[in-house]
Design a protein around this ligand. Structure first.
Ligand SMILES: Cc1cc2nc3c(=O)[nH]c(=O)nc-3n(C[C@H](O)[C@H](O)[C@H](O)COP(=O)(O)OP(=O)(O)OC[C@H]3O[C@@H](n4cnc5c(N)ncnc54)[C@H](O)[C@@H]3O)c2cc1C
Length: 341
């Protein structure tokens, strides 16, 4: 879809950078007519829709570029064992490939404050973190400290770029590499030691689940106020949800067109369209389920659908044209919706 109004836009890959043996960066060319739509804040992500083995799959990838420094948006994708999209991107995307991309979204962004910034990145979790670091160094005078955990030296993404940043800002940027094969996994005592007296900092955390848990628990142990802690989770969508305990006797129904197939689904009281679709086994796209990513957008072509909330996942023009976020969409009586072709 190339129309300005639909959720996906075609972006051409302008550059591919081999970062490590299992990760690549993809830099995109944004045509002038899409420049506004693709303006972003450091820490936000892009949503991609790709076709892998005949299945359309939607995945989010954080922007590793920073709007204040980098001319073009860039994402960096690390292979996941048996992962469909991450491997497909690393194997098939070359300069000139056109990908379907949704507008930037997400709240894992630098908040205005004078306090120091401590960032904990693990593996590919460095992507939004480096974006935030670049913007913080360029646009503020806040001290910045990165604690970056990796399996080994070879798996460090952006090693050179970080070293360059350090040489540009030696008085403001502190860089601590933590390697599993040398130091072992990050534990609470490491977090406590590296935070030191800076419990007044803003903390940004992104990495594997267990890594984030350790950091979050250690910060809680230090009595850091949760309002100072920002977390980005790189979770992959799960399979269908349980069909139990949904009372569909109210008679609400939605016809869902997805990948050319139509399915009529009974909807429970207060149940969202996305939840109903997943309950009956449809592979409807979604990511955040909190109304900000826009992944689950579909168009209402008949009937009435009300959104519980919209946290920026969809703009007013799209709403006026009938698009809704299905993770927030409640069917009033009967409706018919179509996911984008
Ligand atoms: C906001 C956000 C930002 C992100 N940013 C980045 C980023 O910057 N860089 C990055 O590399 N990643 C990022 N991710 C993660 C990314 O979106 C994908 O989740 C990741 O690439 C894995 O997707 P995949 O399709 O390759 O793997 P999937 O195919 O979803 O597989 C993931 C895992 O599940 C297992 N699996 C798959 N199917 C099944 C099944 N049927 N039964 C059992 N196990 C199964 C696989 O073996 C694999 O281990 C981000 C995620 C979010 C939500």
């Amino acid at each position: 879809m190339t129309s300005l109004d639909g959720p996906y836009h075609n972006l051409r890959v302008a550059e591919v950078i081999e970062e490590t043996s299992d990760s690549k960066s993809f830099v995109f060319e944004v045509p002038p007519e899409l420049a506004e739509r693709f303006s972003y804040r450091s820490g936000q992500f892009l949503t991609f829709r790709v076709e892998v083995d005949g299945h359309r799959i939607v995945r989010c990838y954080s922007l590793a570029s920073a709007p204040d420094l980098d001319a073009r948006p860039k994402v960096t994708i690390k292979r996941v064992d048996e992962g469909r999209v991450s491997n497909w991107m690393n194997d098939h995307v070359v300069v000139g490939t056109t990908l379907e991309v949704m507008h930037p979204a997400g709240h894992f962004c630098l908040r205005e404050s004078d306090s120091p910034i401590l960032l904990f990145g693990g593996g590919s979790g460095i992507t939004p973190i480096i974006s935030i670091i670049k913007t913080a160094l360029k646009t503020t005078s806040r001290p910045v400290k990165l604690l970056y955990a990796n399996r080994n030296d070879q798996s460090i993404i952006f090693k050179e770029e970080l070293t360059t940043l350090f040489s540009q800002y030696p008085d403001r940027l502190e860089l601590v590499h933590r390697l599993d094969d040398v130091h072992g996994f990050v534990d609470a005592s490491f977090v406590v030691q590296e935070v030191g007296p800076r419990t007044d900092a803003d903390f940004y955390i992104c990495g594997p689940g267990p890594f984030m848990d350790v950091v979050e628990n250690a910060l809680a142990g230090l009595h850091v106020d949760p309002s100072q802690i920002f977390i980005e989770r790189f979770e992959s969508p799960e399979g269908p949800i349980s069909s139990e305990a949904v009372d569909t006797s109210g008679g609400a129904r939605v016809t869902i067109k997805l990948d050319g197939n139509e399915t009529e689904v009974e909807v429970g009281e207060g149940e969202t369209i996305l939840a109903a679709a997943r309950r009956v086994g449809l592979e409807a796209p979604f990511a955040c389920e909190e109304a900000y990513c826009g992944c689950c957008m579909a168009k209402v072509v008949e009937g009435d659908v009300e959104m519980l909330t919209n946290d920026g996942g969809i703009d007013q023009r799209q709403i006026d044209q009938g698009w809704v976020l299905t993770c927030q969409g409640i069917v009033k009586g009967r409706a018919r919706i179509e996911y984008p072709d």
